[in-house]
Each structure stands twice: as C-alpha cells, then as structure tokens.
Design a protein around this ligand. Sequence first.
Ligand code: NAD
Ligand code: UD1
Length: 311
Amino acid sequence: MRVLVTGGAGFIGSHLVERLLGEGHAVRVLDDFSTGRRENLASAKPGAALEVVTGDIRDARAVASAVAGVEAIFHEAALVSVPRSVESPEISCDINAHGTARVFDAARRAGIRRLVFASSAAVYGETARGPVSEREPVRPLSPYGVDKLYTEHLAALYHALYGVETVPLRYFNVFGPRQDPSSAYSGVISIFVSRLLAGDPITIHGDGKQTRDFVYVADVVEANMRAMFSPYPGPSPLNVARGDHTTLNALATMLGEILGVTPQIIGGPARAGDIRHSVADITAIRSALGYEPKWTVASGLKALVTSLRPV
Ligand code: NAD
Ligand code: UD1
C-alpha cells in the first residue's frame, strides 16, 4: 500500500514508518521538522520506498500534494505538549485543530480510503481513579485536549458525510527510544531517563501521586497497524494504553532501580492543565482490533535504557 505519515519524522511517527517499510509498504512522510528529526528515519535502508517531504499541515497546498497518489493516511503531526498548549492556545488550535482539518479535507478530496489518527487521553480531562472507557464523558482540561476532541468530532463527520473511514486512537502516555528529552515540554520518561543518566536531579511536579498509563511505543505502532489493516472502519475512538497505572513517584523509583542510581528528586509546582489520574479501560480496542499490549512498563524502560546506553 502507498501511505502518508504526517509527523513521520517524530517519535511515534518514525517508529510507524519503520514498521510500514519493514512490511513492504511505500511511505511518504510530511513533516515540518519542528520537533521531528531526519536522524529518526536513518534506519530506513538505502532504496527503501520512503519519500520525505518537508511541509506544514497548515499549508493546504503542501498537504494536497503530500496526499496525491496515496491510498491511506496515518496522521501523527501535532504540537504535543499539554503545558505548551496552555501557554499558547492559539498555536495549539492552529496546528492541532486547523492543521488536522486540512489533512482530513485533503483526504476527502483525494478519495482516501482510511485515515488513522492520533487523538489523546487528554480529551477525558479529570476522571475518577478507575480505568476510563471511551463511553466516559469528555471534559478536557487543556487547549490541547479540546483541539484533539474537535478532531474526533470532525472525523465522525467526515465518516458520515463523505464516507472517509476515520479511526481516532486515544493514546495514553507513550514512551520509548527517540522521544526527544531536550525541552521542558518533553514527555516525562524521556526527561527522567536523560537526567538520571547524566547524574542530574529530576523534578516531580505536584505530590508525585498523579498516575499515568505508560505504554511502550511498539505497542502503539501495533495498534496503528491493526487500526489501518483490520475491518474496523471507525469512527468511534479507541483507547491505546496498557490498562494499568503508575504514579510518578513509582516511576522515579523504578527508573532508579533499572539505572542503579538513587534519584535526587526536586519538588516542583503542579502544572496547570495537568490531569491527576489517567488509566485506560482497553476492552474496546481488544474487541475491535484484537490488540493486546506486549510490553510492561518495566520491560519498555529497560529497552529504552539499553537503546541509550548499550551494555
Ligand atoms: P513528536 O513531537 O515527536 O512528533 C510530532 C511530529 O509532528 C514531529 O515530527 C513534528 O516535527 C511534526 N509536526 C509538528 N507540527 C507540524 C506541522 N504543523 N506540520 C507538519 N509536521 C508537524 O511527538 P509524538 O509524541 O511522536 O506525537 C505524535 C502524535 O501522538 C501527536 O499527534 C501527539 O499529539 C499524539 N500523542 C502523543 C502522546 C505521547 O505520549 N507521546 C500521547 C497522546 C497522543
Ligand atoms: C502526555 C503527552 C501528550 C498526550 C498525553 C496523553 C508528551 C509531551 N505529552 O501528556 O501529548 O496527549 O500524554 O495522556 O508526550 N512531570 C513531572 N516532571 C517532569 C515532566 C513531567 O513531574 O519533568 C509530570 C507532569 O506534571 C505530569 C506527568 O509527569 O503529571 C506526565 O507529564 P508529560 O510527560 O508532560 O505528559 P502529559 O501531560 O500526561
């Protein structure tokens, strides 16, 4: 199949590209390299069916030409930081809502069969402590969450009005190799691992009792492949997670054990827009796609550490 991966030079996108190429698909990447990096695609062998186009999903012309000739789309491009969206809601809206609308419309015009895209657990907002299913009410706490929710509604509309199959995947907290640790907006595991490896202290925002459902990137790639190649046409969203929770304090302890260090922890203020508890019910994706997470948090952390510090 010929597929487009927006955000394909980013963390999750590049793992998806690698898997698609490995299974013999022809892949075009559209990325503006705002956080993505060419090195993330370096494992593509010379002569691999990979084409990389530099462009912005907010640019309708760039999107239309990236969509030309492909049969299906994985849409990963976004401004991914929740706190960054709180600081700059207009930029989040521009990229995450309007940019995604451009991608959907290009898909409609080009007669794309199926579009699988990255939504987020951020759509739920504050939930009770237990696992959250897709039927739970959605009350996002951040501009990022609102923008992702908008894209889910738009996807349902494109499905109903124009017959584009749209599958929203609500990723929980994804981690693994190539997640960029370099900014204060980066994912917590990438920050913690890089700081601990450098012998630096880590900051825990709030009391550290907040929970996240950390899922290893290979499981997220598997969910995407199933979402694209199974009969499930959407548009109901599906949680992508492990289905169990880890507190930030427990994460710091686990990483200390894996790295053989005692983490020095600095207490920081709780972040605005931060969700307290986040854990998924994954019954729906199990039954729709036969998805089963293969990686535990510990095995994923060990693989991540090995990739950064080969033994
Ligand atoms: P990432 O920042 O590594 O990847 C995003 C990619 O999109 C980058 O390559 C970036 O250069 C590109 N991009 C950003 N704005 C763009 C634009 N305007 N035009 C073209 N390309 C653009 O982040 P990631 O963690 O790989 O996230 C991938 C997707 O998964 C995003 O949609 C994100 O919202 C979603 N998501 C991620 C997580 C997580 O825990 N990492 C959880 C839930 C949802
Ligand atoms: C993450 C994703 C977001 C996704 C959401 C889904 C990133 C950057 N963000 O948001 O795209 O939609 O999951 O659930 O990938 N923290 C610290 N110290 C730090 C950094 C973070 O204590 O140095 C805390 C935060 O306050 C938060 C938790 O760790 O409570 C997770 O933060 P973060 O990794 O930024 O992810 P989310 O905000 O959950």
